[in-house]
Design a protein around this ligand. Structure first.
Ligand code: NAP
Ligand code: MG
Length: 504
């Protein structure tokens, strides 16, 4: 680690090119030469619907563009499924369920799911590049987190498929039938894996709609489903917009619907399905608190808070978008946080050194800008990363708001961008009250040296996940889901499987 005003002594790339070595002030960014990932994402110019095991054109003949948010270039055309196509997908799924998938022993289903996991691992780098191009997330995240974790979900659930008698001890379980699923754009492939793997292991068939801005890796996974020999119709993928999503959620054939997305759309779906006998799970928004006490390992906590909000540009439902910091250390902590934030690299998502990539879409960038404007108007103090942003594409500077009070909108509303609101507290009870003072309840983080305090906080925080002295850690064995307006139902672990079966 360079110290204050240390002169940079070795910088191989620059030396090799004979450029003068700049003076390094602590907190400044080392200048690296570009290091873009070069693996071929093997994109097609046009992606069709995936229905009944085949790629088929949309009945309307309509396609929409998927663009690269890092430079606004068009990547591919995506087929737009309408009600007729969604209907065809449900017919194919019901047929596969009745004739093949439901009857197949779990140990046989497991083989297909293992194959999917292995094929995804084989093509991991290709998928990582495609994910980064389509969604804007840094390659090091799609390469080291999204794709391996998606494969891990398939492996984990393959392991369950022949052990379903242990999902609900003392009870037998049975699949539900055809399930309809809709997913968001922040973890396109990973959310797909979270949805497909448990449903398949349990013996259900699927109709799923990816988000309109990020359909490519879902349709690439369809290639893997074909290569794995998955029986036709077991999984059907119908890209499109909100109207396609509504058709998937509202279809009469769906025995269960699983939705991940905003609380706003989740409520629309719940309203429209009220009175039906469809089973439902909702994974919705969040406004998590990362709570740092004065006895916390400070540098570790700084790293955790940075990771909690700036990971994936803050496009994370469980992002630690509120920092609750103990008053005695607030000043020091904020100073360290700003120093750490200044050395984050913002820019080309394909560059292996990039920490913060592109905002997923123009619309999302507009939402972030609007809410940050509200924060400024409400009188919070703003500190932004001083970096230069690329001239094309959708980017937003990592931002920290201090002097935030609980009544500020930036402390209450989900911004879904790289924006942290800092609030202070004096006592444990005040921290719990402030953390719980939100309509959401998806996750929280606690940083302290005291085990007893961790236990108390994790009991009293109304959040589906509470991380202690770490943040944003995921594992397929661990159930994930919300309280209050963050939704209901769990994904992952034994609990996640229970949401895809009936007890008989
Ligand atoms: P969104 O606007 O709610 O969209 C989610 C999905 O629903 C998209 O595929 C969307 O299609 C579709 N959709 C839109 N209107 C619909 C309707 N009336 N009926 C059925 N489907 C409809 O959310 P988003 O902006 O994509 O994602 C961000 C949100 O997801 C955040 O609030 C985040 O917290 C939440 N999220 C939650 C979790 C969790 O596990 N709890 C995980 C990830 C994200 P289009 O793409 O065409 O709009
Ligand atoms: Mg895109």
């Amino acid at each position: 680690m360079p110290t204050l005003t240390e002169k940079k002594s070795a910088r191989p790339t620059s030396r090799a090119q004979g450029r003068p070595l700049p003076e390094l002030i602590f907190g400044d960014l080392w200048e690296y030469d570009p290091s873009p990932e070069t693996a071929d994402p093997k994109l097609k110019a046009r992606y069709e619907l995936f229905i009944g095991g085949k790629f088929v054109p949309p009945s309307s003949g309509k396609y929409f563009d998927s663009i690269n948010p890092a430079n606004e270039s068009k990547l591919a055309e995506i087929a737009w499924a309408n009600v007729t196509d969604v209907d065809a997908a449900y017919v194919a799924a019901q047929k596969a369920y009745d004739t093949v998938w439901r009857k197949m022993p779990g140990r046989e289903r497991a083989k297909y799911i293992y194959r999917i996991a292995r094929l995804l691992q084989d093509r991991a780098r290709e998928f990582a590049v495609a994910e980064t191009l389509d969604g804007g997330k840094p390659i090091k995240e799609s390469r080291d987190f999204d794709v391996p974790m998606a494969a891990a979900h398939f492996f984990y659930h393959a392991g369950w498929a022949d052990k379903l008698d242990y999902v609900a001890p003392g009870r037998k379980v049975a699949p539900l039938g055809v399930v309809g699923q809709v997913i968001p754009w922040n973890f396109p492939l990973l959310m797909l894996a979270w949805k497909l793997a448990p449903a398949l292991a349990m013996g259900n068939c699927i109709v799923i709609k990816p988000a309109e801005t990020t359909s490519i890796t879902a349709l690439k996974l369809a290639e893997i489903l074909q290569d794995a020999g998955l029986p036709a119709g077991v999984v059907n993928i119908v890209p499109g917009f909100g109207d396609t999503g509504a058709a998937v959620m509202g279809h009469a054939t769906a025995a269960k619907v699983a939705f991940t997305g905003s609380t706003e759309v989740g409520k629309i779906i719940m309203r429209s399905l009220a009175g039906t006998d469809k089973k439902m799970t909702m994974e919705l928004g969040g406004k998590a608190a990362n709570i740092v006490f004065d006895d916390a390992p400070i540098d570790q906590a700084v790293e955790g808070v940075i990771n909690g909000i700036f990971f994936n540009q803050g496009h994370v439902c469980c992002a630690g978008s509120r920092l609750l910091v103990h008053e005695p250390i607030a000043k020091t902590f904020l100073a360290k946080l700003k120093t750490r934030m200044r050395v984050l690299r913002v820019g080309d998502p394909l560059d292996k050194n990039t920490d913060i990539g592109a905002i997923n879409s123009k619309e999302q960038l507009g939402t972030i800008e609007r809410l940050v404007g509200v924060g400024i108007k409400e009188g919070a103090e703003m500190f932004q990363h001083p970096c230069k942003l690329p001239s094309k594409g959708y980017y937003f500077r990592p931002t920290i708001f201090s002097n935030v009070s609980m009544s500020h909108r930036i402390a209450r509303e989900e911004i879904f961008g790289p924006v942290l609101s800092v609030i202070t507290f004096r006592t444990v009870d005040e921290a719990i009250e402030k953390a719980n003072n939100t309509a959401y309840g998806l996750s929280a983080g606690v940083w302290t040296d005291k085990g007893s305090r961790i236990l108390k906080m994790s009991t009293e925080l109304k959040a589906g996940v509470v991380w202690a002295n770490t943040y944003n850690k995921f594992d397929p064995t661990s159930p994930f889901g919300g309280y209050k307006e963050s939704g209901f139902g769990r994904e992952g672990g034994r609990q996640g499987l229970l949401d895809y079966c009936k007890l008989v």
